[in-house]
Design a protein around this ligand. Structure first.
Ligand SMILES: [Zn+2]
Length: 259
């Protein structure tokens, strides 16, 4: 899960990752023979290639078009973009991340034209990241319904393709049962969460709460990979061991992954 791609590191924004680091990570994955999949393959997990990886960008920033897209094109990499329907720029108005104004540096959102150009490359899959980027744990059921409905309607009318994938703003699902029912009602087929859910549940592929790793400038990619392995596979195992065995396990089994 990526957000902003920048030329230089930005203080206090560790998940704004540099284009150099993105390129290094994509080259590493390609060298290690990962297959860059599109989200629809997650609906039929038995058809997944051996080493699948899904590259996603949340929020829909202009820097994805300006900096990341040329590299994704060069490496021929499939990627997915989750757009905030009410925050798309057009030829006359550039919209900024005012929904995030106090917390983060200012960043321009993608224009419809840029998104269409990326869609035409056939590498891009788009989904909804809500209408206004309000986090679901703070909304009523009616408001969540409207966020799902309006964003889908708006994006479908802009791009003339079905919108069936969703990514939760801030990774917050809200009341799982209610949200999952609303997703079904509006004909979404997959929904993506944040990494904070990874530890909670050892099963990462839950259709409406798919786990992702948040990529930041603070950790290198090999560590991120080890982190995923730890959180998804090893953490649930570890819970079952005594303290002595835990230490043994960490020293002999886990440390090699960090090298
Ligand atoms: Zn977001």
């Amino acid at each position: 899960m990526y957000h902003n791609i920048v030329e230089q590191e930005i203080p206090n924004a560790p998940d704004w990752i540099t284009i150099a680091l993105l390129e290094q990570q994509l080259a590493y994955l390609q060298k290690k023979k990962y297959t860059f999949i599109t989200p629809h393959l997650l609906l039929t997990p038995h058809l997944l290639p051996k080493k699948p990886i899904l590259i996603t960008f949340d929020d829909g920033y202009e820097n994805v078009y300006k900096l990341a897209f040329p590299i994704l094109k060069e490496y021929n990499i499939n990627f997915s973009l989750f757009l905030i329907a009410n925050f798309l720029s057009d030829e006359t108005i550039t919209k900024f991340n005012t929904w995030d104004a106090e917390k983060r540096p200012k960043a321009a959102h993608l224009s419809k034209k840029m998104i269409i150009e990326m869609l035409n490359s056939k590498l891009l899959t788009i989904g909804s990241h809500s209408f206004s980027h309000q986090t679901f744990h703070q909304l009523t059921e009616k408001e969540i319904n409207d966020e799902l409905m309006l964003s889908k309607k708006q994006l479908e009318s802009f791009f003339l393709i079905p919108i069936t994938y969703f990514s939760y703003p801030g990774g917050y699902v809200g009341n799982k049962k209610n949200t999952f029912n609303l997703l079904k009602k509006h004909q979404y087929t997959l929904a993506f969460g944040g990494q904070k859910d990874v530890v909670e549940n050892s099963k990462w592929l839950i259709k409406f709460n798919i786990k992702r790793i948040n990529i930041t400038n603070e950790s290198n990619f090999t560590n991120q990979k080890a982190k995923l392995r730890f959180e998804v596979i090893i953490h649930p195992l570890l819970n079952k061991l005594s303290t002595f065995n835990k230490l043994n396990f960490l020293i002999h089994f886990l440390l090699p992954f960090y090298k």
